[in-house]
Design a protein around this ligand. Structure first.
Ligand code: MSP
Length: 506
């Protein structure tokens, strides 16, 4: 039976244009999904927009629109991320869709039936910008105003509300973290969550009566659901809930600021509704831009559309996943990006392919050359490529994108060293058959490189593959090396990774 894989991004608030944060998580999820598909998994990749709540209601009021008109318009900008970043998402969910209302109400009813929902009065602090409740002890004061850890102001709230009995899940959650040690990643974040849960969980307010832009609570439409209860359920909606689930459980990629919702509230809700908990929740870090917090007032907000138009989609995708270990914070610096494009893409990878394939074109009749007997040096290169394949599979499974790229670049570096050692341009005169042989050995290692870079850089990867005469080859098609077909007609190689002119870019 084909194995299944399911990955999700957070659903984004369409309250402003998509920024690098949304582009980042979506690209990471896309690389994972493309990799799993290439590796033979039946894969589902979900993203979308989170369209209810007071924050969006207020944004719509400011824009002089109804909330529905406002989100209809704004969510198209997020749908456009699919083209901007070349995403392969299988679905795009909007929480205002009827399928989602149905699912959110169904999970509510299930939780109520199981005795985990009760009515009471809520009084406490609420941050509309974060759509989150905070305990007094988490707040700081600024100019006489109370401020949430995110830096946004909080408001006092006091109203009748339904509550979810989160406190009933303390032990069950701790058991989950214990039994499934990679449920929360990276480990530093896992430890934070565990100590938070150990410090005691209070029940949470899960409905509001003072505004109405939300999903009505079943049998009590004076209340709308708390936006996070509604939003988290999207991961099930898109998989068919309340009907049979198809791909669940999912791997959730989230920013570090929304880990608590995904690693505490969400598994507790699922346990309360008798549904399997997620496979994993991975919290990534935040990007700054040129060393500073991204903000409109600094004028340093990285716009995914502008940056991909300037440098190319693949180069931006590569940079985001190579520059920062997934899980750490990182800085988006143009200089570092240009440097990586010029050295790692144009020089290391691009030039290597170009040098070898131009020689094949000129000296081997433009066809995959014949292979002679493999020397130890040849075997070492091919073994390294095979090893990179295994390593990449493991690193992608662990969401260590930078390490997967490291493993691929080890082969590229070894290919460059091999080329310099065997000097095919000299063999051309002294031993043409040996020249053909070493070029072929390099081409054998190239197919693994090309197949492995394709999920990261889909368009360039496909071009590399077609230069090798093996368009469309996937990880699951790769058999032990050597395996290329001698005599395959090859296209005239074209440079794939243009160098960036540093002065022009400045
Ligand atoms: N709607 C909720 C998520 C609901 S999921 C059931 C939400 N939306 S958001 O639009 O505010 O944030 C989406 C994601 O963007 C979060 O994961 C957040 O961490 C991420 N980022 C926002 N700014 C970021 C950076 N500067 N860098 C990296 N990611 C950042 O929260």
């Amino acid at each position: 039976m084909t194995q299944k894989a399911y990955i999700t991004t957070p659903i984004y608030y369409p309250s402003g244009a998509p920024h690098v944060g949304s582009a980042y998580t979506s690209t990471a999820a896309d690389v994972w999904a493309r990799f799993k598909r290439s590796d033979g998994f039946d894969t589902k990749f979900l993203t979308g927009t989170d369209e209810h709540g007071l924050k969006l209601q207020r944004k719509a009021e400011e824009a002089g629109l109804t909330p529905q008109d406002y989100v209809d318009d704004m969510s198209t900008q997020f749908r456009a991320l699919t083209d901007i970043m070349n995403l392969s998402n299988d679905d795009f969910i909007r929480t205002t869709e009827p399928r989602h209302h149905k699912a959110a109400q169904a999970i509510w009813q299930k939780l109520a039936q199981n005795g985990y929902i009760y009515k009471d009065t809520y009084s406490g602090w609420y941050c509309v910008s974060d759509e989150a409740y905070y305990d007094e002890s988490e707040l700081t004061e600024q100019d006489g105003k109370k401020i949430a850890p995110s830096g946004h102001p909080v408001e006092w709230m006091e109203e009748e509300s339904y509550f979810f009995k989160l406190s009933a899940f303390e032990d069950k959650l701790l058991a989950l973290y214990e039994e499934q040690p990679d449920f929360i990643q990276p480990n530093s974040r896992r430890n934070e969550v565990i100590s938070f849960v150990k410090s005691g969980l209070a029940d949470i307010s899960i409905s509001r009566t003072t505004f109405d832009w939300g999903i009505p609570v079943p049998n009590d439409d004076k209340h709308v659901m708390y936006v996070w209860i509604d939003a988290l359920t999207n991961y099930l909606t898109a998989d068919g809930y309340p009907n049979e689930l198809n791909y669940w459980p999912a791997v959730h990629l989230v920013g570090k600021d929304i880990l608590r919702f995904h690693a505490i509230y969400w598994p507790a809700m699922l346990m309360g509704a008798d549904i399997d908990t997620p496979r994993k929740v991975f919290a990534h870090g935040w990007w700054t831009s040129e060393g500073k917090k991204m903000s409109k007032s600094f004028g340093n907000v990285v716009d995914p559309k502008e940056i991909t138009e300037e440098f190319g989609i693949d180069a931006v995708r590569y940079f985001m996943l190579r520059e920062v270990p997934f899980g750490n914070d990182g800085d988006f610096s143009r200089e570092r990006m240009i440097n990586r494009i010029n050295t790692e893409l144009a020089n290391d990878l691009g030039n290597l392919f170009q040098r070898v394939l131009s020689m094949v074109q000129k000296n081997c009749d433009g066809k995959t050359p014949a292979l002679g007997t493999l020397s130890n040096e040849d075997k070492a290169l091919l073994e390294l490529a095979q090893k990179a394949l295994d390593a990449t599979q493991q690193e992608i499974e662990a969401l260590a994108f930078h390490k997967a790229l490291d493993a691929i670049w080890e082969v590229i570096d070894a290919g460059n060293k091999y080329m310099d050692a065997v000097r095919p341009w000299e063999l051309k005169k002294t031993n043409p058959a040996q020249m053909a042989h070493v070029l072929r050995v390099l081409m054998e290692s190239f197919q693994i490189i090309a197949v492995l870079v394709t999920p990261f850089m889909p368009e360039s990867g496909e071009k590399l593959l077609s230069q090798l005469g093996i368009s469309g080859t996937c990880i699951s098609d790769l058999s032990a090396l050597p395996n290329l077909k001698e005599g395959t007609e090859l296209p005239v190689p074209q440079g794939i990774f243009p160098r960036i002119d540093v002065e022009k870019a400045a």
